[in-house]
Design a protein around this ligand. Structure first.
Ligand code: NAG
Ligand code: NAG
Ligand code: NAG
Ligand code: NAG
Ligand code: NAG
Length: 481
């Protein structure tokens, strides 16, 4: 089989080459391996890449068509929509980000493994092992994810030995197996590698699906219960700790995934988008109608700005000035200091009623997903973080329908200008620093060692642009009273 996500793979490799940027990794950053040590080899590789880029542009249309053809097959593989009738046991290992195994038939889950008691002699007997987490391409992460074993046992010619265990729980709907391991614990990954893939994989089942979680964490369910309940109406099965025998007609192990914090409508059964994902968050976080209703949203003339405040690294050194500037422009300003004990529904409701979100690049920018389409997202981009800021948050926010305004920090506005001479490559050319010093010093210098002090004049200009955008998109400004 050819590489299914060929073009995605290409884009992502190009991104790494051009910007020299690794992947965000649970508060850590993936190690960039030095690919080419000799400068002349580097030049050759660069020229080759340039030629390939031109060629890829030329063949793009043809590829897109071929790609579309494959998507059709792909749709058929969503749980509950598998092609054909009868038994099935197959794994798709052709994708770049994820492996997916599908089973249909008499399936029993017990003793931490998934067993198909096969009556069809054409079903291949055997064992498949899969890690149900969407970072297949990142070895260091996958090394920490537990394996899930799927086995097919023939029963066609008489009894199997040992006999299939009796079902303690008999499910009538498909089961979807995924992991709470990997980088779960980091907000970006909880959405990018968790909830969004879960939505892509299961939303078409209209809650008629059972989630089976390996490396299950109670805190994860507590944190995301409102979202999980929008996707499944059944109790979660803890693959490792549950001692009952669960029987299923169909199982998918592994989740489907598209792009950074995004959903590709062309790969969805009814062209669902990231806005549909946001809609389930909104449904999940809408207060129960039977309960006393939340204070009504008053329609006010003043637009509201929420500033996400980091208190460790990449802090604003002039937060007071920024707040005053915003207030002078007529903004009603809220400060949001993300804290693990804060319930997501409160953050959702705050951002759902904000017109502008402002924050410094980092995992907390994932909260842009809580903003309403038509509102504005201002991401402050510290030195050395251009590519990551744009790829992980900027471009995805545009897909959600937000107006994205990056505020790129100049050397003078970075605290690094106090530590280094303005002629130092650290201030002049962060990409070169990565090339020369490697990933870990890049991380130490730019991600962990930098605070920002954007000039208030530029903050004012950017906030004025935000007001322009808001006028253009005619969004209302509901302010909680
Ligand atoms: C459970 O699985 C382990 C290893 O996967 C195996 O050694 C053991 O015999 C199994 N127990 C039962 C009751 O099937
Ligand atoms: C699963 O079992 C282990 C060991 O018995 C225990 O430490 C862990 O807390 C359990 N996990 C959950 C989510 O119940
Ligand atoms: C989010 O805002 C919209 C529009 O103002 C409102 O209809 C919806 O109820 C809000 N959602 C929540 C969860 O508060
Ligand atoms: C950040 O805030 C938390 C609680 O709000 C506090 O415990 C922690 O010490 C703060 N960290 C820094 C570096 O100020
Ligand atoms: C910065 O570097 C330049 C050129 O190397 C030098 O002339 C200047 O004195 C340095 N400034 C500081 C503050 O070290």
């Amino acid at each position: 089989m050819e590489n299914f996500e060929g073009s995605g793979w290409w884009r992502s490799r190009m991104g790494h080459r051009i910007a020299g940027w690794g992947r965000r990794a649970g508060g850590r950053w993936g190690v960039m391996r030095k690919r080419h040590s000799k400068p002349n080899l580097r030049l050759v590789v660069f020229v080759v890449l340039l030629v390939l880029l031109v060629i890829s542009g030329i063949v793009y249309r043809r590829d897109a068509l071929r790609f579309a053809g494959r998507e059709m097959d792909y749709h058929a593989q969503l749980p509950g929509r598998l092609t054909g009738e009868g038994e099935l046991f197959r794994c798709d290992r052709s994708q770049f980000r994820t492996d997916i195994c599908n089973m249909r038939g008499d399936i029993r889950i017990y003793n931490r493994s998934i067993v198909l008691y096969s009556k069809d002699p054409t079903t291949a007997p055997g064992v498949q092992i899969v890690k149900p987490y969407t970072r297949k391409w990142e070895q260091s992460c996958m090394d920490t994810v537990h394996e899930v074993t799927l086995r097919s046992v023939p029963t066609a010619n008489g009894a199997v030995n040992p006999k299939p265990p009796a079902c303690d729980v008999k499910h009538k709907v498909p089961g979807v197996v995924f992991s709470n391991g990997g980088y779960t614990g980091n907000l970006y990954h909880e959405f990018h590698d968790g909830l969004i893939p879960l939505f892509i994989t299961s939303q078409h089942l209209h809650r008629e699906v059972v989630f089976i979680i390996s490396e299950f964490h109670d805190w994860w369910l507590t944190k995301y219960i409102e979202v999980v309940q929008q996707l499944s109406k059944y109790e979660i099965v803890d693959l490792i700790n549950d001692t009952r025998v669960h029987c299923f007609p169909e199982i998918e192990a592994g989740l489907h995934i598209h792009d950074e914090l995004a959903i590709d409508p062309d790969r969805m059964p009814h062209h669902e988008t990231i806005q549909d994902f946001r809609a389930i968050l909104n449904r999940g976080y809408t207060p129960n109608k039977e309960l006393p209703s939340a204070p009504p949203l008053g329609v006010s003339k003043s637009p509201s700005l929420t500033i996400i405040v980091r208190n460790g690294t990449r802090r604003f050194l002039n937060l007071d000035g920024i707040v005053k500037t915003a207030e002078q422009l007529g903004f009603n300003v809220n400060l949001l200091i993300p804290d693990p004990t804060m319930e997501l529904k409160h953050i959702f409701r705050l951002l759902n009623s904000s017109d502008v979100l402002l924050g410094v690049h980092g995992a907390a920018m994932t909260h842009f997903l809580f903003m309403r389409p038509g509102t504005v997202f201002i991401q402050v981009v510290p030195l050395g973080t251009d590519w990551a800021a744009r790829t992980y948050y900027g471009e995805p926010s545009i897909k959600l329908g937000l107006h994205y305004l990056p505020l790129t920090i100049s050397p003078q506005e970075s605290s690094l200008s106090e530590k280094y001479n303005l002629s130092d490559p650290i201030l002049r050319n962060p990409d070169e620093v990565l090339e020369r010093r490697g990933w870990w010093s890049m991380k130490e210098i730019f991600l962990e060692g930098q605070d920002v002090q954007p000039s208030l004049e530029r903050v004012r200009t950017t906030l004025n642009q935000a007001l322009e955008k808001l006028r253009g998109s005619k969004v209302r400004h509901p302010i909680p009273r």
